[in-house]
Design a protein around this ligand. Structure first.
Ligand code: SAM
Length: 283
């Protein structure tokens, strides 16, 4: 018994199924089920939702989500060694856990999910960032998900929620904050994981807005922001030179100073500039 369910403690699960952590798969496991239940609660009320979980591993967060009452969990795991442990969880929660073996970067889970859908994951950070960018840039908005509850290295979490003017403010902050509310909801020390990673972690909760915070064309906004932050120390009139021939005029028309740097510009300013650039290109 483990406290949140009738299944064995995660240490025993790992020993029984031979799940020694593999660095190549970014395996730092959470073994405290009270902690995984707490992370699951950050995903909000999941009782009427399908939850997409990426990288369940031995199933700590999976058990947290199921014990918190998730209607269904669809879990995608790359490591086949974890499947037998996950099958035991599926047996304990009949009809509520489906596991797909494979690489989350290559699998389209949508056919297996029924809205409303929330996403929860504790992933290796490179896979997590790549998936986050994909989830934030779908062809149409609103996206398939209502919320994302994701564990990141603390430094990446801070980049997602960064305000203008801060050192960590950049493309990821703008991408996340343009069409979602993004908050850090938990901090975790390395000792929360087995084996402990070198850095601290944080859980970020993102809620999809029904529509973007300010109007802008996604592709143009992305171009402007990429150019601005690729040379973040330069003034906008220099870093954005390649965006439009009359960029200084467009900056002024957007209410921005050509001598400002990207890191000083709030989201609203980038959106205003993207609208000016789009209008100039259409003229
Ligand atoms: N969720 C578990 C927990 O919190 O203890 C495991 C977290 S561990 C940091 C990351 C998990 O993601 C591992 O189980 C690993 O095998 C899996 N993983 C790594 N890359 C993946 C990928 N591309 N697709 C799906 N799972 C992946």
């Amino acid at each position: 018994m483990s406290g949140i369910d009738a299944l064995p403690p995660l240490r025993d699960v790992i020993a029984t199924h031979g799940l020694s952590a593999r660095k190549s798969l970014g395996q730092n496991f959470l073994l405290d089920l009270n902690l995984t239940a707490k992370i699951a609660r950050q995903a909000g009320d999941v009782t009427a939702c399908d939850v997409l979980e990426i990288g369940p591993g031995p199933g700590g967060l999976t058990r947290g989500l199921l014990s918190e009452g998730a209607r269904r969990v669809l879990a995608i795991e790359k490591d086949p060694r974890c499947l037998s442990a996950l099958a035991e969880i599926a047996d304990a929660y009949p009809g509520r856990l489906t596991v797909i073996e494979g690489d989350a970067l290559e699998i389209d889970p949508l056919a297996h999910l029924t809205p409303p859908i929330r996403v929860a994951a504790n992933l290796p950070y490179n896979v997590g960032t790549e998936l986050l960018v994909r989830w934030l840039t779908p062809p149409t908005w609103p996206p398939f998900w209502e919320s994302l509850t994701l564990m990141f290295q603390r430094e990446v979490a801070e980049r997602i929620v960064a305000p203008p003017g801060s050192k960590t403010y950049g493309r990821l902050a703008i991408l996340a904050q343009w069409r979602a509310d993004a908050r850090i909801v938990m901090h975790l020390p390395p000792s929360a994981f087995t084996p402990p990673p070198k850095v601290s972690s944080a859980v970020v909760h993102l809620t999809a807005l029904p529509e973007p915070r300010f109007p802008a064309d996604a592709a143009v906004l992305n171009q402007v922001v990429a150019a601005g932050f690729n040379q973040r120390r330069k003034m906008l009139r220099a870093s954005l030179k390649g965006i439009a021939p009359n960029i200084e005029d467009l900056l002024v028309a957007a209410g921005l100073k050509p001598t400002d740097r990207a890191e000083q510009i709030p989201l609203e300013g980038f959106c205003a500039l993207a609208r000016q650039v789009a209008a100039a290109r259409a003229a």
